[in-house]
Design a protein around this ligand. Structure first.
Ligand SMILES: [Zn+2]
Length: 117
């Protein structure tokens, strides 16, 4: 292969690698957060489709998916707990969502948090 062509190709490759990686490095905090939250909400949508995410608020909580509450396999059954009247086990994020009026529970009439705790 002609040396000049080879060098040109090498330079193009190196330049694109540098450009590509610098793009990642210059990602702002907001861009990064948006990208991660978007991935997270896609993952939750997927779990909802598989019937493993029975959240009681819309948009759904994220803390159950993250494993920060009762379930550590990326599932949420907060709505089932409301059905059973076990409000004390509903995740705090769902409780907050219900308080903000974002409840989509199957038993919508149960969407008032009992004044306990
Ligand atoms: Zn939840």
């Amino acid at each position: 292969m002609n040396k000049t062509i080879f060098l040109t190709i090498m330079i193009v490759i190196v330049m694109s690698v540098v450009f590509y990686s610098s793009n990642f490095n210059t990602e702002s905090f907001e861009q990064k957060r948006e990208r991660i939250l978007n991935e997270l909400s896609l993952a939750i949508d997927e779990a909802i489709e598989k019937d493993r995410y029975k959240c009681c608020i819309d948009p759904p909580c994220t803390m159950c998916y993250m494993g920060n509450w009762l379930w550590d396999d990326g599932s949420c059954y907060c709505d089932d707990l409301i059905m059973k009247g076990e409000f004390d086990k509903v995740c705090p994020q769902c409780i907050k969502g219900i308080e903000e009026g974002r409840c989509i529970s199957t038993r919508i009439e149960e969407c008032t948090i009992p004044q306990v705790k």
